[in-house]
Design a protein around this ligand. Structure first.
Ligand SMILES: Nc1nc2c(ncn2[C@@H]2O[C@H](COP(=O)(O)OP(=O)(O)OP(=O)(O)O)[C@@H](O)[C@H]2O)c(=O)[nH]1
Ligand SMILES: [Mg+2]
Length: 342
């Protein structure tokens, strides 16, 4: 790997090869890559990051493909990050994404990166934020982040994206009720995809009703506090403030590209709302906080585990005592954690 500052310089100049090399270096945990990323940090924060999340198979990749086309037609450069929770050994969806995105492979204005890795601590791995930062530094104006709506990923994407698009589809049984509460709260724009299928209008109505209910709840003082603490700590984002922004609902047919212009328009309106109000600044702080806490958590855990590993026999001995009910695992964990992080 070239020296950090040389590599960082080439990424800033928009060199695709350098960006790809840096991303691989970050994957491999190379110290030079970390240093290059550090050098890039002051130059990031310019890209507009849009999260696309939703149930498996909802059409996120198909929509991303159309959005890329739309953005290219508007003359914007685009980065795409597809976070796939499946094992790198099955990798089916990633292969599908690759094929679907092949149409953009020769376009220098588009950079696509699929990631099979998940954060080993749950949620989006800091590696996702790293890739977004590299795309940002290389000058991509818009970065689309696709995450499959399983586990916490869909909520965690809110700590990375300026605007979160939740992709729903008709025919998921109880429709809106089937969508987990957490993601409804972080969605800025709703796409009702597969609108060529029966039931799309019902999904739209259900979403409208849900949003109305939310506005009514938000208008009642005292409930706000409890709602906020619903959010998991990693998400680090206030629920959408119903008084500031009403999430638009857009019907799309990603098979044909119907509704794509409206969808992008809705996203742009949200961006204007962020930039025109205090919300944008508040969210920027929330994102920075979430990223920083994730970094810190990784560092702290890695350091502590290294130290624990250095005392191998000690862990086995403790485990034996806990198994024999001679020691209290709760108290020991607290003591050990205090000592390891001291
Ligand atoms: N009928 C119909 N099918 C669609 C539409 N959009 C996508 N599909 C199909 O739905 C399937 C899944 O689409 P993808 O774009 O891969 O969905 P995804 O959400 O990215 O899927 P994962 O990444 O695996 O979670 C594909 O077979 C698409 O052709 C649509 O608007 N209508
Ligand atoms: Mg996909």
């Amino acid at each position: 790997l070239p020296a950090a500052s040389a590599l960082a310089g080439r990424v800033l100049a928009g060199e695709v090869k350098a960006a790809a090399r840096l991303m691989r270096g970050l994957d491999d945990g190379l110290p030079e890559a970390r240093r290059a990323l550090r050098e890039l940090h002051p130059h990031t924060g310019r890209a507009f990051v849009v999260g696309l999340t939703g149930a498996p198979g909802a059409g996120k990749s198909s929509l991303a493909d159309w959005l890329v086309r739309r953005l290219r037609a508007l003359g914007r450069s685009v980065g795409v990050v597809a976070v796939d929770p499946s094992s790198p050994f099955t990798g089916g969806a990633i292969l599908g994404d690759r094929i679907r995105m092949q149409g953009h492979a020769l376009d220098p204005g588009v950079f696509i990166r699929s990631m099979a890795t998940r954060g080993h601590l749950g949620g989006l791995s800091p590696a996702t934020a790293d890739v977004v930062a590299v795309l940002d530094a290389m000058g991509k104006e818009v970065v689309l982040v696709e995450t499959v709506g399983v586990g916490q990923d869909e909520i965690e994407v809110a700590s990375l994206a300026h605007t979160v698009v939740l992709v729903t589809v008709p025919g998921l049984g109880d429709d809106v009720q089937a969508i987990k509460a957490g993601i409804l709260e972080v969605a800025d724009v709703f796409a009702v995809n597969k609108a060529d299928r029966e039931g799309a209008d019902r999904v739209v109505r259900d979403l409208q009703q849900m949003l109305e209910l939310r506005r009514a709840v938000a208008a009642r003082p005292g409930l706000e506090h409890g709602r906020r603490h619903h959010m998991r700590d990693g998400a680090a984002r206030e629920p959408v403030d119903a008084t500031l922004w009403e999430p638009p609902i857009v019907k799309t047919v990603a098979l044909r590209g119907d509704g794509i212009a409206s969808l992008w328009q809705a996203v742009e309106r949200h961006r204007a709302q962020l930039e025109g109000t205090d919300l944008g600044r508040l969210r920027a702080c929330a994102r920075a906080r979430a990223h920083f806490v994730a970094l810190l958590r990784e560092r702290l855990l890695a350091g502590a585990l290294e130290r624990l590993e250095a005392e191998q026999g000690r862990l086995d001995e403790l485990a034996a005592r806990i198994a024999a009910r001679e020691a209290d695992p709760f108290q020991l964990a607290e003591e050990l954690a205090a000592r390891l992080t001291a």
